[in-house]
Design a protein around this ligand. Structure first.
Ligand code: FES
Length: 116
């Protein structure tokens, strides 16, 4: 972090990309593309899903019960604040799931009892 991160008057120190996280060290792996809520997200091979998303957006998902923005809390697989779902409905912790090229994720829970 530092003065080169940009930001705005209402979010001083925020990443110029609009992301919640700022990389302290530039990653050098090959770029990968995954789909999140139907939109392509470019990440770097070796990123977690959480890092891939939060370097580009201000929050991960909205809380199911009140709609508040959530961005994970512990970043180590303990708090369960970073759930995302596969298109098949499997729930994943974004902070401990490696981003893979071609994966398709949702940031909203599937509707219970709804298949397809
Ligand atoms: S951020 Fe806590 S479990 Fe992922």
């Amino acid at each position: 972090m530092g003065s080169s991160t940009g930001g705005s008057p209402d979010r001083p120190g925020a990443a110029a990309s609009g992301g919640q996280l700022i990389r302290a060290v530039r990653r050098t792996g090959p770029p990968i593309t995954l789909a999140v809520d139907g939109r392509d997200v470019t990440a770097t091979d070796g990123d977690s899903v959480l890092a891939a998303l939060l370097t580009q957006r201000p929050f991960l998902r909205r809380l199911e019960f009140g709609g508040e923005p959530r961005a994970g809390f512990c970043l180590m697989g303990a708090c369960q604040d970073c759930w995302v779902w596969t298109e098949e409905g499997d729930r994943l912790r974004a902070c401990t799931t490696p981003a893979r090229s071609g994966m398709a994720l949702r940031t909203t829970a599937p509707v219970l009892g709804h298949h397809g």
